[in-house]
Design a protein around this ligand. Structure first.
Ligand SMILES: NC(=O)c1ccc[n+]([C@@H]2O[C@H](COP(=O)([O-])OP(=O)(O)OC[C@H]3O[C@@H](n4cnc5c(N)ncnc54)[C@H](OP(=O)(O)O)[C@@H]3O)[C@@H](O)[C@H]2O)c1
Length: 172
């Protein structure tokens, strides 16, 4: 299965600021977020990200599968296609494959992205670089003691100030 990370980033590589207000995100990032979620039909996120999005801004309606990493697997999901799980990254991939998915997108946040990078399961990374610098905030990765090499497959200018970098993760 192909696993893609799709994230907005500040120009200095942070995925959120300390204010935790999404006023730095472009419309183009939002559009891309919906498009890739619908294209893959399988979306992976952490519970903190889910809490920001649910119920109104989840990227899939009733189709597809949204997997949410959480230790609280007994909570009631906002939609029938939301799965709360405490399974490992590898088990989540197996679960999605068993549902017939061939690709999935990870939409954040740091803990969830780090989990899948650590497990060596990420094939592609799409970074939407917004024109901001954050002194404080969350990095893309935390507690990941490995280095990865990437191949740049595409650069797209999304508007006057925002670029999208599309990377393929090199096989180690
Ligand atoms: N720039 C972007 O594109 C973008 C996109 C999305 C989010 N964000 C930002 O990212 C931030 C959230 O990131 P985050 O790292 O704090 O949170 P996150 O990855 O969204 O969610 C973390 C939560 O997921 C659960 N979790 C993570 N790993 C788990 C595992 N192995 N097993 C079971 N549960 C697991 C835990 O939930 P429980 O506590 O319920 O167990 C944990 O508290 C927010 O500030 C948000 O704005 C940015």
């Amino acid at each position: 299965m192909k696993i893609i990370i799709y994230l907005a980033s500040s120009a200095n590589g942070k995925i959120s600021n300390n204010r935790n207000v999404p006023d730095w995100l472009s419309q183009e990032y939002g559009r891309g977020f919906m498009e890739i979620s619908q294209k893959t039909g399988a979306v992976i996120m952490g519970k903190t990200t889910y809490n920001i999005l649910a119920p109104d801004y989840l990227p899939l309606q009733n189709e597809g599968t949204m997997v949410v990493l959480t230790h609280d697997t007994t909570a009631t999901p906002a939609k029938p296609n939301v799965v709360f799980t405490d399974k490992s990254a590898r088990e989540i991939v197996a679960l999605l494959e068993s549902k017939g998915h061939q690709e999935a997108v990870i939409i954040g946040g740091t803990a969830t992205v780090s989990e899948f990078i650590r497990a060596g399961l990420v094939n592609e990374i799409i970074l939407v670089v917004e024109p901001v610098l954050f002194g404080m905030g969350l990095p893309m990765l935390e507690d990941v003691d490995i280095d990865l090499k990437l191949d740049l497959s595409e650069i797209k200018k999304l508007n006057d100030h925002t670029v999208q970098l599309h990377y393929q993760v090199q096989v180690q």
